[in-house]
Design a binder for this molecule. Structure first.
Ligand code: UD1
Length: 390
């Protein structure tokens, strides 16, 4: 779709082109968003008929939460960085909306793309809807059915106003249908996070992260924790300390500590206890390749993240999920993921079961094949851009 260029901001951006391509503004804000946008930006940039603009809200901003991901994944420098930084979820969403609104008025995009379920995703969705710019949501339809999670609310609201909904697994299509979203807007395309993983896993494995951290290959566990519902509650964190104590007695354990988690551990006075555990290594958050390499050589993953459950399935490393639910049921159905909750006795029981038997590594989910971004861009180029509903 080639459109006439008629705005000062657009002319500026398109200075070298005599015609105006389909301008797609891609909004990202956090670490997992960057992993998802990398293959999409790469794919969009193959097509001269697409003018792919990258906007980073700056929800994540540190070297190791953001910048290293650009380098590792070869993402082009963002055209615009809104630099919103840290704050409550409400503050972050409101701040992104305010700044993004003026930017989108200037850029006049033909389409806005948001990925995942973070505060920046919802903010991007609300602004494009208000400006009546068509909206695409990548990773639509996932549901944990737990409305106490901010991510669940972000997912439901974003899907309710999106014009293109790109799903990663069949359960997402069922959820969207149940919520009354027209099938015509929903495209089952696979998983862009898997595109990224498959592209980079050889480089990541070559880093030999096990050796770098002096861990025995295939005989250690990796832990990540960052959900507010886990880390903001001292009683839950006490339970996790017990879990860490017991797991590291059996298997060396490495724990890249998310900034929110480090802050809470410090506040609750739990850091000295962790520092006293002989076979627990506390490290800073790692870059994409380093973390992927570390996961690939592990015997076991323990996490409350969404994305790591999917990465574990692809890598064939058993994952114990430290939540009461998952919005990614296909990872459980295929056998690589167990939902263990947060109670120490239950989690330790599941860990014993997982270590005690070979977990079934089933077939991979449909379309988790490295081609999701290509399918998405193909849809965007070949569909008539829908108008937001009145
Ligand atoms: C956010 C997402 C979550 C995603 C996670 C990945 C929402 C609701 N949550 O959670 O879905 O899985 O990112 O990490 O959007 N901080 C830094 N440096 C940074 C970024 C954050 O120190 O670069 C600190 C901030 O001070 C903040 C805390 O980390 O207090 C949490 O950051 P925030 O963006 O609020 O949410 P996350 O917990 O990272």
């Amino acid at each position: 779709m080639i459109l006439a260029d008629d705005t000062p901001g657009a002319r500026n951006h398109q200075a070298k082109r005599s015609w105006r391509a389909l301008r797609i503004v891609n909004v990202v804000g956090t670490r997992p968003n960057l992993v998802k946008i990398a293959p999409l930006m790469a794919e969009m940039r193959k097509f001269p008929e697409i003018d792919a603009v990258l906007v980073h809200t700056g929800q994540h901003y540190d070297e190791n939460m953001s910048r290293v991901f650009f380098r590792d994944l070869g993402i082009p420098e963002p055209h615009h960085n809104l630099e919103i930084g840290s704050g409550s979820g409400t503050w972050q969403t409101a701040r992104v909306m305010l700044v993004l609104e003026s930017l989108l008025r200037e850029l006049k995009p033909d389409l806005v793309v948001v990925v995942g379920d973070v505060n920046s995703t919802l903010a991007g969705a609300l602004v494009s809807s208000r400006l009546r710019v068509p909206l695409a949501h990548v990773e639509a339809g996932l549901r944990s059915f737990d409305r106490t999670m901010p991510e669940e609310i972000n997912r439901i609201l974003t899907d309710a106003i999106a014009d293109y909904l790109f799903t990663t697994e069949k359960s997402a299509n069922d959820n969207l249908r149940r919520e009354g979203i027209a099938d015509a807007k929903v495209f089952f395309v696979g998983n862009v996070m898997v595109d990224t993983l498959l592209l980079h896993q050889d480089r990541a494995r070559k880093l030999d992260m096990a050796a770098r951290f002096k861990l025995p290959d295939k005989s250690y566990a990796v832990l990540t924790l960052h959900r507010p519902s886990n880390v903001d509650r001292p009683e839950v964190m006490e339970g996790f300390c017990e879990i860490m104590e017991r797991v590291q007695e059996q298997l060396p354990l490495i724990f890249p500590v998310h900034p929110r988690t480090r802050a809470r551990l410090t506040e609750h006075g739990l850091l000295p206890r962790l520092q006293g555990m002989k076979k627990l290594k506390l490290v800073e958050p790692l870059g994409y390749l380093e973390f992927l390499g570390l996961m690939a050589q592990a015997q076991l993953l323990l996490t409350d993240s969404g994305g790591i459950q999917e990465e574990a399935t692809i890598l064939g490393v058993p994952c114990v999920t430290l939540r009461e639910n998952t919005e990614r049921p296909v990872t459980v159905e295929l056998g690589m993921n167990r939902i263990a909750g947060t109670r120490p006795s239950r989690v330790l029981q599941v860990v014993r079961e997982v270590l005690g038997k070979k977990m079934k590594n089933g077939v991979l989910p449909e379309f988790w094949d490295g081609k999701a971004a290509a399918r998405i861009v193909n849809v965007l180029l070949n569909q008539k851009t829908p108008q937001p509903e009145a």
